[in-house]
Write a new protein. Structure first.
Length: 255
């Protein structure tokens, strides 16, 4: 039981709340809106087996979300975050663009938890007002996609597209079955970045050649970066390697 002298003082009327020290460090693994909600689960389990707290929330279903999708997704994740922890937000692929908004919404909650770092995994870097298609290295391909899809749905991966990345047929089938239907508008809408971001250190973990431009941009910003010679879906096939890399990169951010 706390004595009167040990109890935290309440602020005087009109005084701001004083920040409290978070209790534990925790990794928050945010999956891309292009993949199913279980994408990070193997890595989260591997981290937990190492004694590391990991939270792998699911994005709100697009079936029940409305534009702007990026804000609906960021708010859905922020509402699941623990209230008493030091958090490192980890975004894979297109989820990276959600991290600044998640961080801002988390700070708005006025709880003991705080954002200690942002880690981008094989994806583009946020740029205020840019859409996901604007940020890609191959703008000619983005233009062709806009022309082909129009206001429809983005094409999904097919079994033949994934054979080299996910050679296990059972794992590949499960991955394909979990893929959501994604409206083209979600990839063509502007994504906003808070003016005060980043308020914590950022890092980059590359997995493929697809996002070399983003990695170069992260290096130019002075972020700690590392490239693993794997592939974009490596969190499903190289679980221990990814878990180890996340631990190493997150330790750099909060050191």
């Amino acid at each position: 039981m706390q004595t009167a002298s040990e109890q935290p003082r309440r602020p005087a009327p009109g005084q701001p709340l004083q920040p409290l020290q978070p209790a534990v460090r925790q990794l928050v693994l945010v999956h891309s809106p292009l993949v199913g909600p279980g994408f990070w689960q193997p890595v989260a389990a591997a981290l937990c087996a190492r004694g590391v707290r990991a939270h792998a929330p699911r994005l709100p279903s697009l079936e029940y979300s409305y534009a702007p999708y990026w804000l609906a997704h960021a708010a859905g994740i922020a509402n699941t975050l623990p209230e008493d922890a030091e958090l490192v937000l980890v975004g894979h692929g297109a989820a990276g663009l959600l991290l600044p908004a998640i961080g801002r919404l988390q700070r708005n909650r006025r709880v003991r938890a705080r954002i200690a770092g942002y880690l981008f995994v094989d994806g583009d870097l946020p740029r205020d007002g840019a859409s996901r298609l604007d940020l890609g290295d191959d703008q000619a391909a983005a233009a062709r996609l806009r022309e082909r899809v129009g206001a429809g749905m983005l094409p999904r991966w097919r079994d033949d597209d994934l054979r080299s990345l996910l050679p296990d047929a059972q794992q590949r089938a499960a991955f394909l079955a979990a893929l959501p239907s994604v409206p083209m508008h979600m990839y063509d809408e502007p994504v906003l970045v808070p003016d005060d971001w980043p308020e914590a250190r950022c890092g980059y973990l590359g997995l493929s050649d697809q996002y070399r431009g983003a990695e170069a941009g992260a290096r130019a910003l002075g972020w700690p970066c590392r490239q693993l010679a794997l592939h974009h879906l490596a969190p499903l096939t190289h679980v221990d390697d990814i878990a180890r890399a996340l631990l190493e990169r997150s330790a750099e951010l909060v050191a």
